[in-house]
Design a protein around this ligand. Sequence first.
Ligand code: MRU
Length: 336
Amino acid sequence: MKVRIGNTQMDMRSVWYDKEKGQVGFIDQRALPFEIETYMALDYRDVAFAIKEMVVRGAPAIGAAAVYGMILAHRQGETEHGAHVLKSTRPTAHDLFHAVDHMLEAIRSGKEPIAAAEEYVERTIRACEDIGKHGAELIRNGHRILTHCNAGALATVDFGTALAPMRVAESQGKRVFVWVDETRPRLQGASLTAWELYNEGIEHAVIADNAAGHFMRKGEIDMVIVGADRIAANGDFANKIGTYEKAVLAKENGIPFYVAAPMSTFDRTIQSGNEIVIEERSPDEVRYARECLIANPESPARNPAFDVTPARYVTGYITEKGVISADEIGDYLSGE
Ligand code: MRU
């Protein structure tokens, strides 16, 4: 991804493995957009901390962190325990579990862990590029697209899922405009998606989470593209809290609603969204915005990090294999 530091622009990944130092590197997403800081994980517990505390976040990037974390766990002689610790960090994103299982299988079959991890990460990035190509075919010149949370390069190591079609469409000479939901409580839209789009030179505006319906009703949103954390076999999917209401509003206003995600986000073991475990995070994330208390100090708060959107609201799933419907998910999963 393009990262602008002052007048210089450089290419960075959001997660990487430094072979020489034997450490896992992250762009510290907690500091963005104000500072570009890196966080280096020296052992798998540091990687688990990075996932839990959202130094790294976004389903595919969490998967990448986990495969690299497993290199460290293996080196520390704690492969099985490391797998358990990494899997216990956050419950919702399927990529985390898929990634740790990929490494357990590779290590058990005698594969070199660094090679197995890099293979996983390269496959993730290639999937995102293909999602970009397939998704761009849905975008017409001048389209105004709403997105929720951050499903860009930061969330996927590079390139993105929901943002990938927009990047490809722009590179094809189409002009796109992106409506960016701020995404309370952690503000992934305002701080991360807006930062990525700015760095890529893609026209956009940040809106309060509750403004999307207003712009839909006024005819100023042509399509919605969001990412996903886990997709059940029937197409119900979990994504950042607030996604469900955007999907309902989109249907009410006759606006196509797409979910962009690699096959690693599909969970063949669950039949519907009712089986998805929704992470509940600290109420202080709601009571505070960054470090500033914004709620009545004595009032409690609730903070589900994700919600489930039923498949009937989804126009299509943009995957590396093409744009598919909920009815086709079973066929694609059996071909995996
Ligand atoms: O809590 P987060 O920031 O990890 O949640 C991220 C999301 O909900 C993203 O939309 C999803 O992981 C897709 S990222 C390509």
